[in-house]
Design a protein around this ligand. Sequence first.
Ligand SMILES: [Zn+2]
Length: 337
Amino acid sequence: MSIEKLQPFLAPSYENFPKGRTIGVVVLRTTQSETIFRTEGTGEPMCSEYVQAGVQNTESISRLVMTKRKQVAPERRKGREFLRSHELLYTAPKSDSICALNTNAPCEMCIDCFLYGFAAGGEGAQKSRVWTEDAFSVLPSTELIGDRTINAIFETGTMRDEKGNASTALNTSEYIKPGVHFLDIVTLKDVTADELRYALGNILLTSRYGAVSSRVGRMENQILGIFGGIAELPSSLELVQGVYDKLAADGKALEHPFKTEPLIAAAKSVIATWTNKRGISMQLSADELDALIADVDRNWSLNEQETFLKRLDRSYASLRKVKSEGKKKGRDQQQEE
Ligand SMILES: [Zn+2]
């Protein structure tokens, strides 16, 4: 069982204080359709950044950026769909309504709150133990963006108004092409085995990113490597730069569409050298990684999902009790004053 191999870097149970146990996950995110990482109609430009092309190749190129928020929000929502269906989201004490994202009233008791954190106004906070960073495209953004001029649609959702007149208002719409690769590093800090399964499941089960209302934004996530150590992996920028150098050295034409297979091979050869770096103790072998993904799939399967999620949920039971007792005490004291 490969999860056993990660044991030195996993917490036996949830604790309030960090102990430096770090799991690093290398994720390849590939767009499967046109994708837009911004709110539609706001006129925001596509998110990109000028950075060095490679570690050795010092030329500047513009890379597409998938921001932290664009990654983690859909992944949390995915997990919460299942928590909701098994009634594992709790009522937020402040609002008296069920735990919700992006409100000021998290329940502070569900798996999502414990793992991804929350900031409750005044009442204290839980730091997220799932750390993401901006993911970069491997190729220059100039290769990866499509541009289309469309007739603005009417409220009826069609190109014609009630009188049958065609729309003349034009909108320009920029999109990320299908088949674009982003490389990404996710860091999990002091997580338990079940929390690791939960976080990986969220990454593997999420297939839509970006502008939620649109029919676009299909994305496939693959886990290329898992590491254990006492420090974070190199950054996702260093990873894409390493891969860029490797592909260039192999004489590959760096143009879109780029095949996924050679890209995975290049990424795996770059990350294989990381175990020599400071603070990184071990990488799961290819077989161990497959076994871990199979373990995650099994726990999330229809048959085992409920048992798995309820077990993880129960692991926080004693902490919830401490919390509510603490609160009661606080209230009593206030009454005495
Ligand atoms: Zn919650």
